[in-house]
Design a protein around this ligand. Structure first.
Ligand SMILES: [Zn+2]
Length: 374
């Protein structure tokens, strides 16, 4: 499909003076990995929510040099290789900025393990806002979004590595002022970049509040991943959000929660929402400040134990494929958005044509990446 017909067949949504253009299902969108963009179809079996490294010291205290990147590389690489050997092809690394995001290290690990790794842009507002940088409090959502869009366009300094999704975090309950600010910034970033929004979410109330705020910004629920949906025990809220079109992510799969997670997936399947479910483990990670990174939870359980359990519970091979390949691809694929705001003809009320500049930006090659200094 050429660009002109691509844009013609794309859905156009107009709301609140904002115009977004979203790729049709048969387009061939791309996804940014730490080694550059890949066609979404090359994503393969994907772990949607894992961590390589986390530093919990807080936004005020975090500085480069708090860990030995070579030691982290040495400790994490065997875990990545193990899960790669089980058939995993992509790992989505969910550590945000000010919590230990290190794209240069991820690029080295990706190269050495053969696993595609995806990093993010955004700020994490959960955990009492300990990881929100101070400057964000005095900025508008638009100003915060400009920072994230800049990372998408020019790469995360000093590496040039581009994010593959937006990661934010909000606490349980109604959104605090700063949490709402981050959600609005994520909405504005999504509208300019097409990146999906993965939000660490305290509970169902916070999930619903985010969905309604996103809608005010004319962001479709399909651009929202409800991260840690397992935090909400009332599963009717999972179904309600899925019904609206959001992604429901059960990402706490561990040795002790295998059965519970099987039950959630089966419940969603029976309700007809398997095509909106994402699964992962929230495993890892090199814990900065602990000797040798502390105890590391590997990434293999989902492939070695959880998928076989799902098959035993009656999931067909095609349904396992939906969970582990197709849903991640559809969730992460860049939505196509115009660079220039389309002009509305005030006489006819119709939109003038939109150029395809953004497509070229998305296709632009990553600048060569270097290892970040810490
Ligand atoms: Zn996590």
């Amino acid at each position: 499909m050429n660009r002109r017909s691509f844009f013609k067949t794309s859905a156009i949504t107009i709301g609140a003076m904002q115009v977004g253009l979203f790729a049709s299902a048969d387009a061939t969108p791309e996804i940014n990995t730490v080694l550059g963009p890949i066609p979404a179809g090359n994503l393969g079996r994907t772990l949607m929510h894992e961590h390589v490294l986390v530093d919990f010291v807080g936004a005020d205290m975090i500085v480069p040099g708090r860990y030995d990147a070579e030691e982290v590389f040495r400790i994490v690489l065997p875990h990545l290789k193990s899960v790669r050997a089980l058939g995993c092809e992509t790992l989505v690394e969910c550590t945000p900025a000010y919590l230990g995001r290190d794209p240069g290290l991820l690029a080295q690990l990706s190269q050495a393990s053969g696993l595609q790794i995806i990093t993010n842009t955004g700020f994490y507002g959960a955990a009492g806002d300990k990881y929100v940088p101070r400057f964000a409090y005095s900025e508008t959502a638009k100003e915060i979004a400009a920072r994230w869009v800049h990372e998408f366009l020019d790469g995360i300094p000093p590496t040039g590595i581009r994010p593959g999704f937006i990661k934010i975090g909000v606490d349980a309950g109604p959104l605090s002022e700063i949490n709402a600010q981050l959600v609005s910034a994520a909405a504005l970033t999504h509208l300019q970049t097409g990146l999906v929004i993965a939000a660490h979410t305290g509970d169902g109330v916070a999930a619903m509040a985010q969905l309604s705020l996103l809608k005010k910004h004319a962001v479709p629920p399909s651009a929202f991943i409800w991260v840690h949906a397992q935090n909400e025990k009332n599963s009717s809220l999972h179904r309600r959000a899925a019904d609206e079109g959001a992604w429901i992510e059960f990402d706490g799969i561990s040795e002790v929660s295998l059965g519970q997670n099987v039950a959630w997936v089966v419940e969603m399947k029976q309700a007809g929402y398997l095509h909106r479910v994402l699964i992962s483990q929230d495993a890892g990670w090199y814990h900065v400040g602990e000797k040798g990174g502390g105890s590391f939870r590997g990434y293999s359980l989902l492939f070695a134990r959880f998928l076989p359990e799902l098959r035993k519970a009656g999931l067909k091979e095609s349904e396992v494929r939906t969970l582990i390949i197709e849903n991640p691809r559809r969730a992460l694929a860049l939505r196509c958005v115009p660079t220039a705001k389309p002009q509305i003809n005030t006489k006819t009320g119709k939109m003038n044509s939109v150029n395809g500049q953004k497509r070229e930006l998305i296709n632009a090659k990553n600048t060569p990446h270097t290892r970040s200094p810490h």
